[in-house]
Ligand binder design. Structure first.
Ligand code: ADE
Length: 225
């Protein structure tokens, strides 16, 4: 799949996309992430893309024209399944949304900034508005990075062991069970005996019990869903 990220601070997102699973998925040809500097579509000599809000409130607003020019140019090159805008008043990002978006061919993520974007863009160009949580970030770049990471890691093959993305916390509304590695005894802190038993069926059963117990204790809201 292809993700196009539009931002006024591309240098904030770029390094993140070269690293770890997202970077590797790109090098393996499983995902393509293109980051665009919104200022490249500015129609002003000073490359500015924002202006004062009508009505006299504080802050700056991203203007229609650069965003429209950028999105229209991209849409002229290929079809996009979604044009997503990152904003704290959007739909809450979640594992099911990451799974769903990972099945798309091409998506655009427009990073919000300042007071936001001219509302006409939200009415006419944006197809989906997404928040990563009930707090306000300085800009949408971190939100776009969070989304790209969560989306790319569930693409089959992005993680070495395909099972492991499916067994993540939240994939079945259950938190993941605890994990351990060598040594089996560290300062007297012992790995649960069951994990050393070699008894596959009992181990899976134990993991499920642990998942349910942790979910009931830490995130009872997930069990109600
Ligand atoms: N931009 C600012 N805050 C945000 C949030 N919580 N989620 C998505 N985009 C944002």
């Amino acid at each position: 799949m292809r993700i196009d990220i539009i931002s006024v601070l591309p240098e904030l997102v770029e390094p993140f996309m070269q690293e770890s699973i997202v970077g590797r998925a790109q090098r393996r040809g499983l995902a393509e992430i293109h980051i665009h500097n919104l200022r490249d579509w500015s129609v002003r000599r000073d490359r500015r893309v924002d202006d004062y809000p009508y009505g006299g409130s504080a802050g700056m607003v991203l203007q229609c024209e650069p965003i429209d020019r950028c999105i229209t140019e991209l849409q002229g090159q290929r079809h996009y399944d979604e044009v997503i805008f990152t904003t704290p008043d959007g739909e809450q990002f979640s594992q099911p949304m990451a799974n769903e978006l990972s099945l798309k061919e091409n998506i655009i993520i427009l990073c919000g900034h300042y007071k936001g974007i001219d509302h006409r863009l939200r009415e006419h160009l944006i197809t989906r508005e997404v928040s990563i949580g009930d707090y306000v970030l300085t800009g949408g770049e971190l939100a776009a990075a969070v989304m790209a990471d969560a989306i790319v890691r569930v693409i089959p093959g992005a993680i070495g062991d395909e099972q492991s993305a499916l067994s993540d916390s939240f994939q079945d509304n259950l938190l993941a069970p605890p994990v351990y590695t060598r040594p089996a005894d560290y300062r007297g802190w012992r790995v649960p005996d069951i994990l050393l038993s070699g008894h596959e069926a009992n181990i899976r059963q134990w993991e499920l019990q642990q998942s349910m117990e942790r979910t009931a204790r830490l995130r009872p809201d997930l069990l109600k869903q």
